[in-house]
Design a protein around this ligand. Structure first.
Ligand code: DGY
Length: 323
């Protein structure tokens, strides 16, 4: 019996690649290079399933390629704003993602960035490495308290709620959130979380603001100059969601002129080619999109894709169908 042809666009944890090889006629990306649009088009023409990830851009122009063999995109990642969903739907392509398994690791990175930004962790590391540190003194690198401060969450899905648990139960933080619908009352009660009617209501009250909404056209530049101006000058902005939720130029300007105290970023507009001005600022902590980058999480993400592919090729219900 011929096995389905499956293409994986980037390297995955070895244990998952082994499992793929056992069941499918699989093509791996041995040198882990980013696929070009032409390679992605060829993949759609030559494989039954293509498994892209968050760094593969799949606009209509790629998805509409003629003579497609591919029936399913098993996305390695929960976010799918890199895929033109309307074009996929029109082309009859099924899309699945990997929700649930990266919740805690992504919330951990959001908390890491919050602590780094508040306590000037990256800046302190640079000072020690530079050899310019002259020793402890009472006024050196003073920073902001985290314990007991107010955290505002934009979006209140799985990852935001996991961050709220860590912040509230671990650091005694007060939790505010904005979300189109109210959270489950039991969850809100456990976190003592208060819903705000708008960003305009939430932003002026927060010491820390953390973004947890999906990327895409609806949320592009949700955090712009006007909204940055609503934040306290002592506040910090944390982004582990998607880069284009924040207007980078406006954020750079706000940081440069100390209209907000700091920012912690894991994601960027035009990733990985972030605005070079970020690197000139001491009050921003920069990570290379590490949210889900633990061995256990990345393995679990691969296993989720496997489960979705298995359901598709066995004719069962797809556990994580997006389209
Ligand atoms: C996702 O899954 O969307 C993250 O950005 C990468 O883990």
């Amino acid at each position: 019996m011929t096995r389905p042809k499956v293409l994986i666009t980037r390297r995955w944890p070895a244990s998952v690649e082994e499992r793929l090889k056992r069941r499918y006629d699989v093509t791996l990306n041995e040198d882990d290079h980013p696929y070009s649009p032409a390679e992605l088009k060829l993949a759609l023409q030559n494989y039954d399933a293509v498994c892209p990830t968050v760094c593969d851009s799949l606009p209509a122009e790629v998805l509409n390629v003629s003579n497609k063999r591919c029936k399913i995109l098993g996305n390695f990642g929960v976010g799918y704003n890199h895929i033109d969903i309307d074009a996929a739907r029109q082309q009859g392509l099924i899309i699945t993602n990997t929700p649930g398994v990266l919740t805690e690791s992504t919330a951990d990175i959001a908390m890491t960035l919050l602590l780094m930004s508040a306590r000037r962790g990256a800046e302190g590391d640079r000072l020690v490495r530079s050899g310019l540190w002259t020793g402890w003194c009472p006024t050196q690198m003073m920073s902001s308290d985290v314990t007991g401060a107010t955290l505002g969450l934009i979006g209140f899905g799985r990852i935001a709620q996991a961050m709220a648990r860590k912040a509230h139960h671990g650091f005694g933080m007060k939790i505010l959130y904005v979300k189109p619908t109210a959270a489950d009352p039991a969850i809100a009660a456990d976190l003592n979380a208060v819903r705000c009617a708008s960003l305009e209501e939430l932003l002026p009250q927060c010491d820390y603001v953390s973004l947890h909404c999906p990327g895409g056209l609806e949320t592009r530049h949700l955090i712009n100059e006007n909204r940055l101006n609503l934040m306290k000058p002592t506040a910090h902005l944390i982004n582990t969601a998607r880069g284009d939720v924040v207007d980078s130029k406006a954020l750079i300007d706000a940081l440069r002129h100390h209209r907000i105290a700091g920012a912690g970023l894991d994601v960027y507009e035009n990733e990985p080619h972030l605005d070079p001005d970020f690197s000139t600022l001491d009050n921003v902590s920069l990570l290379p999109h590490l949210g889900s980058a633990t061995i256990a999480t990345r393995t679990a993400m691969g296993e989720k894709v496997l489960a979705n592919l298995a359901a598709f090729f066995d004719g069962g219900d797809l556990p994580d169908r997006v389209v």
